[in-house]
Write a protein that binds this ligand. Structure first.
Ligand SMILES: Cc1cc2nc3c(=O)[nH]c(=O)nc-3n(C[C@H](O)[C@H](O)[C@H](O)COP(=O)(O)OP(=O)(O)OC[C@H]3O[C@@H](n4cnc5c(N)ncnc54)[C@H](O)[C@@H]3O)c2cc1C
Ligand code: SF4
Length: 338
């Protein structure tokens, strides 16, 4: 690991100024991703600006039943919060599906959203990688891409976003609050376009719309009357301590056997948490049946461009979406969820 400086600023403004004014500086939160990448030589910040004591650590009620979550809230505390568990189970389940208990005790909400991809080539400094070294190439397309993107990738990068939490937040239309050199602003997790995350295009090294010195201070979840009927399902190669092969976050509102509203996001299939808007459009106002859940999944996955070794994700995603929506629909009227 290269030598680096450490700074514990007095307040967020000083932290923002320290990172803005020094190109090699980075915010340090729980450190569970950044420090790993430093050990691997993938990241080499000259200065770590510790924000753990500066960020809000409260989960507070927001307007009309929403929640405002401080960016410094630890993943364990978020998953254990009774308001999150009862009101937004999809979020609690997503957080609990990630990493391990020890890691969740350290990991923060802000750091979780900005963790880097687990693409093998990105983490191996002996290999080329457009995301790590722009213009060096993408060996994943012809190499190991089983876990990589089927949606939203580009010829330059097909990495997937690794966060479970971000998939749930995308389904919930959460908004990220940022303070930075240009002042405060709010960015939807959902997108692109216009959200926190960027698709790789020909600049895979730029993963977000954040600028140097931008500090995530909070995440706000707007009210959603039926968010109590939501869930997160993660498929992985082993049952714990593994990143998703594919995941689904969903919330469903059914009345009289008809879908009144639905929120659907898919994880580990794209460089960003993937909001399944095409599927949502197909389903709204339609019967809450396995047949229509399948049609909705097909509409979303029609845009998939899998590589030879990850084509299985298309079928997997369809099956998990249908199964999960059937579960959320419940037994319902005759014929539904069958
Ligand atoms: C073995 C292992 C297994 C894991 N499994 C999973 C999993 O299954 N699912 C999952 O979702 N995650 C998983 N993780 C990842 C883990 O969730 C992340 O490492 C963690 O959430 C990052 O949070 P942190 O606070 O430690 O961030 P840090 O490592 O401190 O920071 C991460 C990045 O965010 C930046 N940053 C941090 N806070 C802010 C802020 N407030 N504003 C702006 N920039 C900021 C940092 O500069 C850095 O670039 C795993 C990690 C490990 C090591
Ligand atoms: S998929 Fe992206 S992260 Fe992986 S090797 Fe290619 S450019 Fe690098």
């Amino acid at each position: 690991m290269r030598p680096f400086g450490y700074l514990a600023p007095a307040d967020p403004a000083a932290a923002i100024a320290a990172v803005t004014g020094r190109p090699g500086a980075a915010f340090l939160a729980g450190g569970t991703n950044l420090v790993d990448l430093m050990k691997l030589g993938v990241a080499a910040p000259g200065l770590l600006v510790d924000v753990t004591g500066l960020l809000p650590v409260l989960i507070e009620p927001a307007a009309a039943g929403g929640l405002r979550i401080g960016a410094g809230v630890r993943n364990s505390d978020l998953a254990a919060d009774p308001r999150v568990r009862a009101g937004f189970p999809v979020l609690a389940q997503a957080v609990l599906a990630g990493a391990s208990g020890q890691l969740r005790n350290m990991a923060t909400v802000g750091g979780n959203l900005l963790q880097r991809t687990r693409c093998l080539y990105f983490q191996d400094v002996t290999k080329p990688c457009n995301k790590r070294v722009p213009g060096s190439g993408c060996p994943a397309r012809a190499g190991d891409h089983r876990n990589l993107a089927i949606l939203g990738g580009s010829p330059h990068c097909v990495a997937t976003h690794p966060s479970d939490m971000a998939v749930a937040l995308a389904a919930l239309d959460a908004v990220v609050h940022v303070e930075g050199p240009a002042g405060p602003r709010a960015l939807p997790v959902t997108g692109p376009p216009g959200g926190l995350y960027r698709l790789p295009g020909d600049e895979p090294d730029r993963e977000t719309t954040l600028e140097r010195g931008d500090l995530i201070t909070a995440v706000e979840i707007p009210p959603l009357a039926y968010a109590g009927n939501s869930a997160y399902r993660k498929v992985r190669d082993r049952t714990s301590y593994a990143f998703a092969v594919m995941s689904v976050a969903a919330a469903l509102d059914v009345a009289g056997g008809v879908v009144r509203d639905v929120r659907l996001a898919i994880g580990a299939v794209a460089p960003v948490p993937w909001r399944a808007r095409a599927a949502e459009r197909v389903l709204t106002g339609r019967p809450a049946t396995a047949e229509w859940f399948g049609r909705a999944a097909d509409a979303e996955l029609a845009a998939a461009t899998p590589l030879p070794d990850n084509a299985f994700k298309v079928t997997l995603a369809r099956n998990v979406i249908v199964r999960m929506l059937c579960e959320l629909a419940g037994p319902g009227p005759e014929g539904s969820a069958s």
